[in-house]
Write a protein of this length. Sequence first.
Length: 68
Amino acid sequence: MFFQTDASLFKDTAISERVKLQIRFDFFNLFNRENLYNVDSNLSSGTFGKATSQYNPRWIQLGANLTF
């Protein structure tokens, strides 16, 4: 199974009457759940039945947007 929770936080700030700044934080896999894949199904393999890879861990992205 694949479990992932994503979230975003952002703040809009007026610098002047016509200029606005938005700062944004994006969190991917917020709770850092382990998501395994690539289960070995080869009976003669020493890693039979074991997951040999995992999807990406928690990622955080920061962004800014200036509008005028």
